[in-house]
Design a protein around this ligand. Structure first.
Ligand code: CUA
Length: 279
């Protein structure tokens, strides 16, 4: 291959990579980020978007170039050149996708681990606790106590019940049942989720979190909200005719506003009835 061709190929490849990286960093398709693990997820998304952009520009560019450069000319009635095999090219187009796929796989695993996805598997105290029967009420094999300890701050437990076609939130500590999820900003929240009928999925795009809610198999999701606001909770699993309407809201409040909400919604203490005096 002449040096000039190698040079121009190298220049095109470099340009493609730079364009892809630029697009990955500057095109933002994601909604606002509102949880502690959102930046970690977004990092992975940017890398995947960059790789996708490089492949898209490269492939579409090559197709357009070939359409123009190798199109049939008016006077050309013959067949194309018969070509068979090109070992270096075949090695190259096998090696590049293999490296890309391997990199994406390892990097995704790393992100999953950083988001706490592997925590229950690696935490031996969780297994020990289950084995000793100390905490029999584990959710999806994860002990709530373990999650709390990992976060370093006391986590707010919320029980989520999914049913056709609503999410119901129950705060066991304050004994509040709500149709909307209220959480304080900056405090870890542990959702213990169960489904009454069919499989649903709890999804908050702004938190970059999604978890299936499965009948007969409780699941768990923990997060820390980082930005006060109202965000949609969407059921992301086709669960029946009104699946599209199975939505709720998560309201992230400042800690004082949240405490206020808890105080206002806690059931009133039972009135003290005077003991009837025997006459
Ligand atoms: Cu519940 Cu879709």
């Amino acid at each position: 291959m002449p040096t000039s061709t190698v040079l121009s190929l190298f220049t095109i490849a470099t340009g493609l990579v730079l364009a892809g990286l630029w697009l990955g960093q500057h095109v933002n398709l994601l909604p606002i980020d509102a949880s502690a693990n959102a930046p970690v997820y977004d990092e992975l998304f940017k890398v995947l978007f960059s790789i996708g952009a490089i492949l898209f520009l490269g492939i579409v560019g090559l197709i357009v170039y070939s359409l123009l450069r190798f199109r049939r000319r008016a006077s050309d009635l013959g067949d194309g050149i018969a070509m068979e095999g090109n070992l270096p090219l075949e090695i190259l187009w096998t090696a590049i996708p293999a490296i890309v796929v391997l990199f994406v796989g390892i990097y995704s695993y790393d992100i999953y681990e950083r988001m706490g996805g592997m925590a229950p598997l690696n935490d031996h105290s969780a297994h020990a606790m289950q084995a000793s029967g100390e905490d029999t009420r584990t959710w999806g094999g994860i002990s709530p106590a373990v999650i709390d300890a990992q976060a370093g701050v006391e986590a707010l437990p919320v029980e989520v019940t999914a049913m056709q076609f609503a999410f119901i939130f129950h705060y066991p500590d304050a004994n509040i049942t709500s149709g909307e999820l209220h959480v304080p900003v900056g405090q870890p929240v542990v959702l213990r989720m169960k489904a009454n009928d069919v499989i649903h999925a709890f999804w908050v795009p702004q938190f970059r979190l999604k978890q299936d809610v499965i009948p007969g198999q409780p699941t768990m999701l923990s997060f820390t909200a980082t930005r006060p606001g109202h965000y949609p909770i969407v059921c992301a699993e086709l669960c029946g005719p009104y699946h599209g309407g199975m939505r709720s809201n998560v309201i992230v409040d400042e800690p004082e506003t949240f405490a206020d909400w808890v105080a206002r919604n806690s059931p009133a203490p039972a009135p003290i009835t005077p003991t009837p005096v025997a006459s």
